[in-house]
Design a protein around this ligand. Structure first.
Ligand SMILES: *Cc1c(COP(=O)(O)O)cnc(C)c1O
Length: 360
């Protein structure tokens, strides 16, 4: 059996070396006589797995001791409500930038708890760009400013970190975390669902500046209270142990690859190859403002939509899987996360070229 190139937006492809290691360790983790899945989360073995994963993530992302790292559950979407509940404190207002579907979901959930000000939106541009920061209508007394550095569905990625003075910056980094170097110290809180660049779905990683802890509203569910989760080493209840372990294997793998600097170079090269090909070939198009094209998620359309099904069928036959675009935007989307090798992008471009030649 050979592995396909899986371009799924999430759950997404994982490094083959990681899956093999998990396979090797499945029945007996390092002489413990059991699978990680069967271990007590209070056992010495699991504590070591958990602490090593956190340590490796701290090294990879350059996270200082000023920040707590939390391994929570419920995916990134659970954080859409956890963030206002924990960070509003004695304030009522929160600012959000709307650049697409994930921003909108975060805004809708926050509006249940906060006076939400959408400080800028690219909705008039069909969410194909990032609004010029000089036009942002942010408030100096907002509890935080939330934005979505990479819109996974629209394929729009910021190439800058917003400036917001003393207002804590909150980022949904689900689909771009660890894909390139990032100055964590600029953020109040970073969160990321694991199933794009980290590991299995369900797990969500939160990196939060410690001075922002301890302000949760009284009605905050205990399981969403960052202070409680931090005080308990992310083990207030039974954590997602196996996902945490797998995330740890991915972090080790990333370190072996040369860390986020090396990933950034590789990811830029992969994305550039694909965009260059799309721009040079009349049969394909990408609608995003070139400056803000995502390195992780590349949406594209065919000149003749009637050929979409044939394109996908031919791709499947070549082991190029899950290229169908999100149901809300149609067309195609190739997700090129860390674990997608450059050979996968080359194979995709070969196929796209031959399809355009034969059918375009
Ligand atoms: C996938 C994704 C989410 C949702 O993640 P879940 O784990 O399914 O809740 C949120 N934000 C962004 C940017 C995403 O890519």
């Amino acid at each position: 059996m050979s592995r396909a190139f899986n371009f799924c937006a999430g759950p997404a492809t994982l490094p083959e070396a990681v899956l093999k290691q998990a396979q090797d360790e499945m029945l007996d983790w390092r002489g413990s006589g059991m699978s990680v899945m069967e271990m007590s989360h209070r056992s010495e073995a699991f504590i070591e797995i958990a602490e090593t994963a956190e340590q490796d993530l701290r090294e990879l992302a350059g996270i200082s001791d000023d920040y707590a790292v939390l391994f929570m559950q419920g995916g990134a979407s659970s954080q859409f409500s956890a963030i206002p509940l924990n960070l509003l404190g004695d304030r009522t207002g929160a600012d959000y930038i709307n650049t697409g579907i994930w921003s909108k979901k975060a805004i809708a959930e926050a509006a249940r708890y906060a006076d939400v000000n959408v400080a800028a939106s690219s909705s008039d541009q069909g969410f194909s760009t990032v609004p010029d920061p000089s036009t942002w209508n942010t408030r100096a007394d907002a509890a935080y400013l939330h934005y979505t550095p990479n819109e996974t569905i629209g394929g729009v990625e910021y190439d800058f970190i917003p400036e917001c003075g003393d207002v804590p910056l909150v980022a949904d980094l689900s689909s771009t975390i660890l894909s390139r170097p990032l100055d964590v110290s600029r953020f109040g809180l970073i969160y990321a669902g694991a199933q794009k660049n980290i590991g299995p779905s369900g797990l969500v990683v939160i990196i939060v500046r410690k001075d922002l802890l301890g302000k949760a509203r009284p009605e905050t569910p205990t399981m969403l209270n960052y202070q409680v989760i931090a005080d308990n080493g992310s083990m207030y209840n039974t954590p997602a142990t196996y996902s945490w372990y797998l995330a740890g294997l991915v972090f080790k793998w990333l370190k072996e690859q040369g860390g986020v600097a090396a990933m950034g170079e590789l990811n830029e090269r992969k994305a550039r190859k694909l965009y260059d090909f799309i721009d040079a070939n009349e049969f394909y198009a990408n609608p995003v403002d070139p400056r803000y094209r995502s390195w992780m998620n590349v949406p594209f359309t065919l000149a003749d939509e009637a050929l979409n099904a044939d394109f996908l069928k031919g791709a499947d036959e070549r082991g190029l899987l899950n290229l169908k675009g999100h149901r809300s935007v149609g067309g195609m989307r190739a997700s090129l996360y860390n674990a997608m090798p450059e050979a996968g992008v080359d194979a995709l471009i070969d196929y796209m070229a031959s399809f355009a030649r034969e059918r375009g």
